[in-house]
Design a binder for this molecule. Structure first.
Ligand code: GN1
Ligand code: MG
Length: 342
């Protein structure tokens, strides 16, 4: 399906591919809650065109410098997946600024698709292994070369403070819709606060290892690429591991409104644990994995609810209470996770 090409996108394409005049197809890619992505088909090939959300990624030049450092290291090391390839502008820059909007283009990675729910423990294992190997490879970059793009991104204390501020302000008069879920979240706060004690030495991590940030080969069904490098940051491995558990061990996506459908899949959990233990050659207790999954899920719930209370300024929503639905979903998933015994 081709959509009407907006005037700004037409200008961007003209600046990137001046010889291209006809047979341009721009198809929106609905994945991702922050940037806007399009599949761009022209005679010279297929590309992914993205408008960078600069309300959130406020320093696009530093963001793209990070991406170039990552692409460089992955091309040198023994990295088993395909790396993203940035298409430069005619001036040789890695992004384009046009009328106060910021754009970038990647080569499209052929014969791949994304999935939104993990279908088997083999897929959970593959996914966890892929992000773990990605993390191992990027740690060859001197960490000071990676710029901080979103300050406090993994700072649990900061997330709690922002949540409390949003409750206090109740800017949109939505607090009356959230009292029950806030009570439930409150029961997890001490768990979130004590999580810091678990954390090991800081290292570079992907920062957003959800399942839709992988490309799977359509033919072999194996992972072909780890994508969305925008959140790579110096943080802690457990933040990624917890997010893998959040993303790979639910029967549903984070958008599912029918809570009864949400179950914790224990086989997927063990597959994630195995993949991490194999990659890092370390036998860690399942309790730590479970706690990381719980805490990262609750932090995600807090982030969705903070945004709901602030008037949906951060995450893309498809309907008015979308962020509230996401919050209920995440808290319900955390409850299911807690019920399962080792
Ligand atoms: C956002 O943009 P996207 O969909 O890759 C978010 C992640 C969340 C995720 C939840 C920069 O990721 O932290 O875990 O949504 N990214 C940012 O789906 O906040
Ligand atoms: Mg992301």
């Amino acid at each position: 399906m081709n959509t009407e090409i907006s005037p700004i996108i037409a200008k961007v394409i003209k600046l990137y591919f001046p010889k291209q005049i006809e047979n341009i197809h721009v198809i929106p890619i609905k994945d991702g809650l922050i940037n806007q992505s399009f599949r761009l088909e022209i005679s010279s090939g297929i590309y992914v065109l993205q408008q960078i959300n600069t309300t959130i990624f406020t320093t696009p030049s530093l963001l793209m410098a990070n991406i170039e450092s990552i692409a460089e290291i992955l091309s040198k090391n023994d990295y088993p997946y395909e790396a993203l390839k940035v298409v430069k502008t005619k001036k040789g820059t890695s992004y384009l600024k046009l009328e106060n909007s910021f754009w970038r283009v990647f080569q499209y990675i052929q014969n791949t698709n994304t999935i939104h729910r993990v279908q088997s423990s083999d897929q959970a294992h593959q996914a966890a292994e892929a992000f773990a190997l990605f993390n191992q490879s990027i740690n060859a970059i001197p960490s000071e070369r990676i710029h901080t793009i979103i300050p406090h991104f993994h700072d649990t204390h900061f997330r709690l403070q922002e949540f409390k501020k949003a409750i206090k302000l109740d800017k949109e008069n939505r607090l009356h819709l959230c009292n029950n879920i806030i009570q439930k979240i409150d029961t997890y706060i001490s768990e979130v606060e004590s999580f810091n004690q678990l954390l090991t030495a800081p290292m570079l991590i992907h920062g957003d290892p959800k399942i839709s940030n992988l490309l799977f080969c359509k033919t072999s069904h194996q992972v072909k690429a780890v994508i969305d490098w925008d959140t790579v940051l110096k943080s802690n491995l457990w933040m990624d591991v917890g997010d893998m558990i959040r993303s790979y061990c639910s029967t549903q996506t984070e958008d599912e409104a029918d809570l009864q459908k949400i179950q914790f899949i224990n086989e997927h959990f063990f597959a994630v644990c195995d993949a991490i233990q194999e990659t890092y050659k370390n036998k860690l207790s399942y309790e730590i994995f479970r706690k990381a999954g719980l805490v990262v899920t609750i932090i995600q719930a807090i982030r969705f609810l903070t945004d709901f209370l602030k008037g949906d300024q951060y995450y893309r929503i498809d309907y008015p209470k979308h962020n509230l639905t996401r919050t209920l979903n995440q808290v319900y998933f955390a409850e299911q996770l807690q019920k399962v015994k080792n």
